[in-house]
Design a protein around this ligand. Structure first.
Ligand code: AMP
Ligand code: MG
Length: 403
């Protein structure tokens, strides 16, 4: 494996992995099921929005010229509601229409005053306007969206507002990327499922549950397989099944230098490794490659590491596979509220809480930063992005990403 890129920086690792993107299909889903999905095509509006000029206020519609010298008294000739289908009479000088928000503008009218700036007489057939009419209270046809305009681009995540926009544009269903099926395989002789009795020197298997949550958070489907013993045969058989059934494989454990690190071993001997080890701390062991043509990330076994590596390596890969869709990575600058250990060679991804109550964000360590300490991740708001050698004492500033 001499020619395999080894111990590379995270940018190179992401760049190498994204040369072998997932290709998932496309499906049409009804809007009710579109939230959180990722658009697989540019979406053009089927209509102008608004489709016709209408009133932005409950009030009166009239001819602006009539109102230049307030107060002005006008004759009320009709009432127009939202959804009004009758063709409205063109308004003549000296006339006004009562109009509700969303009601179509009567022909001839070019101005609106909201009801609270008007006084109707008791008979309800005349209105006195106390100021000039306001043309800007008319919502003009197509002022928000033009028919045929690309409003949402391929790769857009369908947030609640975007799902609403799809409806505004007249789409009952939308083309979205299928959710990727992501196999999650934990490895290790010491692993037991929660609920089972622990024998001597065994621990509860936690990575597959955390990773499944992360896959789900990215909008994909996690398939947790039973954890695999440290044996080449067991691993081969699980990898074969996962490669057949899923679009992507995530393993945890067994990718370090140890003698029982069979994921690395089997990938070297029987798979196709594209890189191994990344200059990040925690989480330096990961590898990426393919098994029977299916992309695979070998994530570290330590629970904090596997979580962090997902966020800085697997999440960008999944986003790239979805044309940028999925939850975004948000960065910010923080001031360190205490000394935090950096690293001479690696990007230091320390788990931090971020206090945003003051005039700038301040970061504190979430405690013991051991890569086995999942609690430190659970308590964290973010990760430091401390470059190799960057000073990281109390009062120093650094970039961080939100978790
Ligand atoms: P490994 O990379 O296999 O050497 O594992 C590193 C450490 O992570 C060891 O202490 C393992 O017991 C632990 N570990 C590995 N896999 C899991 C898992 N699925 N859940 C919790 N801890 C794990
Ligand atoms: Mg192991």
């Amino acid at each position: 494996m001499t020619e395999v890129p080894y111990f590379i920086d995270i940018e190179s690792a992401v760049a190498l992995a994204t040369k072998t993107l997932l290709s998932v299909g496309v499906e049409d889903v009804p809007l009710d099921e579109a939230h959180g999905r990722i658009l697989a095509d540019d979406l053009r509006s089927k209509v102008d929005d608004p489709p016709f000029d209408n009133s932005a206020m409950d009030g009166f519609a009239f001819i602006h010229e009539d109102t230049l010298h307030p107060p002005t008294t006008l004759k009320i000739v009709q009432t127009i509601q939202a959804g009004e289908r009758e063709t409205t009479q063109p308004l003549q000088p000296g006339q006004a229409s009562r109009i509700m928000t969303g009601g179509p503008m009567p022909p001839g009218a070019d101005s609106i005053l909201p009801i609270e700036r008007c006084e109707m007489n008791e008979a309800g057939n005349e209105v006195t306007l106390t100021e000039q009419g306001r043309p800007h209270f008319i919502r003009k046809q197509g002022e928000n969206l033009k028919r045929g305009e690309v409003t949402l681009e391929k790769g857009t995540t369908l947030t609640p507002a975007n799902v609403g926009l799809c409806a505004t544009m007249g789409w009952p269903t939308v083309p979205v990327f299928k959710r990727a099926k992501v196999a999650i395989l934990s490895t290790g002789d010491e692993l037991k499922l929660p609920g089972e009795a622990l024998e001597a020197h065994e621990i509860y298997e936690s990575n597959s549950f955390g990773l499944a949550g992360l896959v789900d958070w990215m909008g994909h489907e996690a398939i947790r397989y039973p954890s695999v013993n440290d044996s080449m045969d067991a691993l081969r058989s699980s990898l074969d099944t996962a490669a057949k059934e899923c679009d992507l494989i995530l393993t945890s454990g067994g990718v370090s230098m140890g003698e029982w690190d069979y994921v690395r071993k089997i990938m070297e001997e029987e798979g196709d490794v594209h890189f191994w080890r990344v200059k990040i701390r925690p989480g330096s062991p990961p590898l990426f490659g393919t098994w029977n043509g299916t992309p695979i990330f070998g994530l570290p076994g330590n629970p904090a590491s596997s979580h962090v590596v997902f966020r800085v390596l697997v999440a960008p890969y999944l986003r790239a596979s979805m044309h940028g869709g999925g939850p975004k990575e948000h960065h910010l600058m923080v001031e360190l509220g205490e000394d935090i250990k950096g690293d001479a060679t690696c990007l230091a991804l320390r788990r931090i809480s971020i206090d945003t109550s003051g005039d700038h964000p301040i970061a504190y360590s979430t405690g013991h930063q051991g890569s086995g300490n999942l609690g430190g991740v659970a308590r964290a708001d973010g990760l430091t992005l401390l470059s190799p050698g960057q000073p990281s004492n109390k009062g120093d500033r650094c970039r961080a990403m939100f978790l």
